[in-house]
Design a binder for this molecule. Structure first.
Ligand SMILES: *Cc1c(COP(=O)(O)O)cnc(C)c1O
Ligand SMILES: [Zn+2]
Length: 431
C-alpha cells in the first residue's frame, strides 16, 4: 500500500494509483492526496538536511513508486538575494535585503523547472508499464521529457506548436525524441494529445499522468522554505501558463505547515502573465472566478496557453491568499530580461522577463512592500529564447588587433556612451 493516491478535487472520490487525470463521476481534475498522519512521524528537518542537494530529498512528499531509485540529481537550484534588482523594481533601498530569486534557469538537466515535473511523471510512467512517453509542450516540457526519456531508455513522442523557438526544437531533437510539429497553437496541440492518449498506450506526462507530473512543482516550494531557513516568505511571484506551478507552490507550503516543518504563515501569491496571453490575470483583475479562453499572441511562448487547465485553481490560490495578478507587454518582457541580467547576472528566458516585469508593477502598485520577504520564481534559461533579443544589440565592426586602434575606439565609444569605470580609468582616475 502506498501512502498516496488519486483523489477528485471536487467530489473527493478516490481512484487509487493509475494513469488518469479526470474523475469519471463529476469530470473534475484529480490530484494526489497523502496520508499526512503517517508522514508526520517519519519526516523531520534534520533528516531532510542530511540528504543530497536535489529534489529527491522531499521524496516522502512526492508520489514516487515503491522502491524508486532516482537516476538524476534534479532541482535544489539556488535561492539568493537580489539587492540591485530590488532597488530598481521598488525604487527604494529598503527592499534590497528582502527580494530573492529562485533560479530554475539552472535546473538540471534541461535548464527549466519542467525537469522537476517530468522527473516525477516518468517515475510513474515506468511503474505503470509505459515504454513510450509523450507530451504537448510550449517548449521547456518538450526538452525535459526528451532528456529524461533518453536517460531512462524510453521512447519519446513530443507534440509542439510549429512556431516554437528554434533552440527549444533543437534542444528536443538532440535527445533522439520524435518531434511532431502541429500547425496550430498549444491549446489545439493539447486537445490532439488527449485524443491520441485514448488511442495509444502512451504515458502523456501532462494528460493521463498529469496528477503525478504536477506534484513535481511542489519541490520549488519546499526548496524556497528550506533555503530561507525553514521559513515561509511573505510573497511569491510566479509565472503562469497552465496555472499548475503557482497552485503547487501553495500546496507545498501548506504541507510543510501541516507537518510542522515550518511555522504557519499567510503567504501572498502573485501570478505573472504576458498581456498577449493573460487569461488568468484578466480573470483576477475583473473579479471573475472562471477562465475566458484567449488566442495567444506573445513572445513569451512558454507561457502561451490560452485555456489553462488549472486556471480556475490558480485564480482561487491568488485571491484566497490576498495576492494579485499582473501582465506585461512584449517590450516590457525584453526590458525585464535585460534588467535582470544587468543587475543580477541572471539570464532568463521570456517567462522570467514576465515575472520580473510583473514584480515591478506590483511594487509600484504597493501590493508588494519593500520590507516584505518576496521570492521571484525564475523558471527558465535565456539561452533558449535568444531570438527575442535579435536586433537589440548591434554587432560592431571588428577593429584591428593594435593598441592604437583600441585607444581610438575607446575615445570614440566614450564620446557616445557614458560607461562607468571605463570612463574614470580613461581619465586617469582611480585604480
Ligand atoms: C511551463 C512553464 C511555466 C508555467 O508553468 P504552469 O505550471 O503551466 O503554470 C513557467 N515558466 C516556464 C519557463 C515554463 O516552461
Ligand atoms: Zn469527482
Amino acid at each position: 500500500m502506498s501512502h498516496y493516491e488519486l483523489r477528485c478535487r471536487e467530489c473527493g472520490r478516490t481512484w487509487g494509483n493509475q494513469p488518469r487525470s479526470i474523475c469519471d463521476d463529476c469530470f473534475s481534475p484529480l490530484e494526489i492526496a497523502y496520508d499526512y498522519d503517517a508522514l508526520r512521524a517519519s519526516i523531520s528537518r534534520e533528516q531532510i538536511a542530511q540528504r543530497p542537494p536535489d529534489m529527491w530529498r522531499y521524496s516522502e512528499l512526492l508520489p514516487l513508486p515503491q522502491g524508486f531509485v532516482p537516476r538524476l540529481p534534479v532541482g535544489f537550484t539556488p535561492l539568493f538575494q537580489a539587492p540591485r534588482l530590488a532597488e530598481r523594481l521598488s525604487g527604494t533601498t529598503g527592499a534590497a535585503k528582502n527580494l530573492y530569486l529562485k533560479n530554475d534557469a539552472v535546473c538540471l538537466p534541461t535548464l527549466s523547472f519542467k525537469d522537476r515535473v517530468v522527473a516525477v511523471a516518468l517515475s510513474q510512467a515506468k511503474a505503470f508499464g509505459f515504454d513510450t512517453v509523450s507530451c504537448s509542450s510550449t517548449g521547456n516540457l518538450a526538452n525535459a521529457v526528451a532528456a529524461h526519456a533518453a536517460r531512462e531508455g524510453m521512447k519519446a513522442w513530443i507534440f509542439i506548436p510549429s512556431d516554437l523557438e528554434p533552440a527549444k526544437i533543437l534542444g528536443t531533437n538532440v535527445f533522439g525524441a520524435k518531434v511532431v510539429r502541429i500547425a496550430g497553437n498549444y491549446d489545439q496541440v493539447n486537445r490532439l494529445c488527449s485524443q491520441i492518449a485514448d488511442e495509444h498506450r502512451w504515458g502523456f506526462v501532462n494528460v493521463n499522468l498529469r496528477p503525478y507530473y504536477a506534484e513535481g512543482s511542489k519541490t520549488v516550494g519546499f526548496e524556497i522554505a528550506e533555503q530561507l531557513g525553514w521559513r515561509l516568505p511573505d510573497n511569491v511571484v510566479c509565472p503562469m501558463a497552465g496555472g499548475s506551478l503557482i497552485v503547487k507552490i501553495k500546496k507545498a507550503f501548506d504541507e510543510l505547515i501541516k507537518l510542522g516543518l515550518v511555522e504557519g504563515k499567510d503567504v501572498k501569491f502573485f501570478g505573472a502573465q504576458a498581456t498577449g496571453c493573460s487569461p488568468i490575470s484578466t480573470a483576477v483583475k475583473t473579479g471573475s472566478s472562471e477562465i475566458e479562453p484567449q488566442k495567444p499572441s506573445t513572445i513569451a511562448r512558454s507561457l502561451a496557453i490560452g485555456n489553462p487547465a488549472d486556471g480556475h485553481y490558480a485564480i482561487k490560490t491568488i485571491k484566497g491568499s490576498g495576492g494579485w495578478s499582473e501582465d506585461v507587454s512584449d517590450p516590457e518582457v525584453i526590458d525585464s530580461i535585460k534588467l535582470l541580467a544587468e543587475t543580477e547576472g541572471v539570464f532568463t528566458e521570456t517567462a522570467g522577463g514576465v515575472t520580473v516585469g510583473c514584480a515591478g508593477k506590483l511594487y509600484r502598485q504597493d501590493r508588494i512592500l519593500p520590507d516584505e520577504t518576496t521570492v521571484l520564481c525564475i523558471t527558465g534559461n535565456g539561452l533558449k529564447t535568444t531570438d527575442v533579443l535579435a536586433g537589440v544589440y548591434e554587432t560592431e565592426r571588428p577593429i584591428a588587433p593594435k593598441l592604437a586602434e583600441f585607444e581610438h575606439y575607446l575615445q570614440q565609444t566614450l564620446k557616445v556612451a557614458d560607461i562607468p569605470g571605463v570612463a574614470a580609468e580613461a581619465a586617469g582616475v582611480g585604480a
